[in-house]
Design a protein around this ligand. Sequence first.
Ligand code: D41
Length: 675
Amino acid sequence: MPDHPAGDSASRAAHLRAEIERHNHAYYVLDAPTIPDAEYDRLFRELLDIEAAHPELRTPDSPTLRVGGAPLPEFRQVTHAVPMLSLNNAFSAEEAEAFDRRCREGLGKEHIDYACEPKYDGLAITLRYERGVFVQGATRGDGFTGEDVTQNLRTVRNIPLRLGGKDVPTLLEVRGEVLILRRDFERLNERQRERGEKEFANPRNAAAGSLRQLDPKVTARRPLRFFAYGVADPGAVLPAPTLHSGMMERLAGWGFPVAREREVVLGAKGLLDYYERIGAARRALPYDIDGVVYKVDRLADQDTLGHVSRAPRFAIAHKFPAEEALTTVEAIDVQVGRTGAITPVARLAPVFVGGVTVTNATLHNEDEVRRKDVRVGDTVIVRRAGDVIPEVVAVVPEKRPILAPEFVMPKACPVCGSAIERPEDEAIARCSGGLFCPAQRKQALLHFASRRAMDIEGLGEKLVDQLIDNAIVKTPADLYKLGILALANLERMAEKSASNLLAAIEKSRQTTLARFIYALGIRNVGEATAKDLARHFGALDALMAAGPDSLQQVPEVGPVVAASIARFFSERHNVEVIEQLRAAGVHWPEGEPAPRATAALAGKTFVLTGTLPTLTRDAARELIEARGGKVAGSVSKKTDYVVAGTEAGSKLSKAQELGVTILDEAQLIDLLEQA
Ligand code: D41
């Protein structure tokens, strides 16, 4: 760097600060990056260099402060010049309507415009700007006194350090919430996991922990974001705004991030429509929200309504049903799935969460229980979001009882007593009982009958339980031997439903090869693989006769899937059931196998790189795979051919280096056409 005289450096530094913050704003607030990362880094380093050479040029609005300065011994207390009020809550449509009624009565108006916004599930803070420069930031605390977290807030990338735009007030206090976006939260936890550090239970906890760090360098590495929801004293802004919604526009104009989902609506109906709309869009928002906030839009009306004790009468939070709740673990059981997979399940004291009462939550697998260290007696956070299966998010360690033994995986299947086995390199433990295990038999039968398999309507869980428990049905083939008498004796089985079920079973005799393969419940063979297998082999006998090698000729079938198919058909029991099913009249049209593997391509590995003149990459892959070739992602000594188009990069040079045969599209097509 050339050594600038101090004066030049001062103006250069000012220019750099403005430039960097302009790019920051574009990237973090507008979501529209303006320059490549490398160029940004160059500007940033230049400013760092100037500030190192001329410490007197370090200003409180310098973006270099965003990486965090020296740690603090403690946070200073800050008294809020304008107290930070709290919000009252509405938990139902009736309560939201009552809010509208109170506002109408208080103002003597028939219809009221409301400014609506999402209710961020973050931490309320206040930001103080003097002559457009960020000078102090504090937590809400008890509403009157909070903690000075200025240096941490400077590291929050979308908080403007200096305001831009028109009519910047001499003094401004902006209120809003600090939070972590969901996708950033996932990445943060991934990083914590990799480093063997504790994961955060949810974005809110992660944001709270990050904001309260005494070392701002730690905060700087956390992906905090800010969203503004108002100002402390709109009366001090000139020209005076008349509407809250207008105030929000002004904030956006000065560079503050504000919610895109803001809307002005009319009356109670408008409020409830907004609530429904945001509720439906909730999952798609980038951040967690726990409701929506309604505010009387006209600021003069806000003043008229005023507040009661510490909450305004002009605003209310309409909450969504909580997606997380606290409860206790009464037991940890294990469940057996169709393929014998053993899943630990927490039995919970009933708790209302996400709109339903939850008594069970999945713990996924043994490692997960260990990682979260869930024990019987623990108080846990359970989460049920949308239609997702309820899960245990985290344990509240302070609430652990003195006697809380660690979870141990049972050695024997709780249903059939067979040994539970867990291959060393797998996360899932399994019951080794196979179809001897009634639990697996039940799941296998349910799977066989399911809509996308044999589609036997009416064969549900309750019925399958009875059929297996009373040994009326042992294998799927037994279904086709059922008579009306056997069914009529079952509990809750009216004659009509018995004959309906028999009709559904009868109908299922006519099926397709793909459905039949899928219905068999071969481990690792889902619907798509079943279709691939049916298309490739055309006939069941051909599939049953195939060894692992020829199975791997099928597109998308790798060694693991091939091995589990071969293992399935090598078990006599399975072959017998298939024979019985065919003898019972289960049938399907059989076809010609798909284009056979050609000698030229069978077992050969291809790598595609660059843009081919006519074929898309997917099309080329399909053609190669249909003839028994494989397509790999990277070039190695095992690669047989590299197919290179224009703008082929490092893969092509690697191929040249290793002496791998290089083909262009025309040469590939020649090869494909060789018989
Ligand atoms: O999104 C929020 N969490 C939010 C919080 C919001 N959108 N608006 C808010 N408005 C207020 C008033 C009307 C009192 C200025 C708030 C909060 N308060 C608030 N946050 C935490 C305590 C109060």
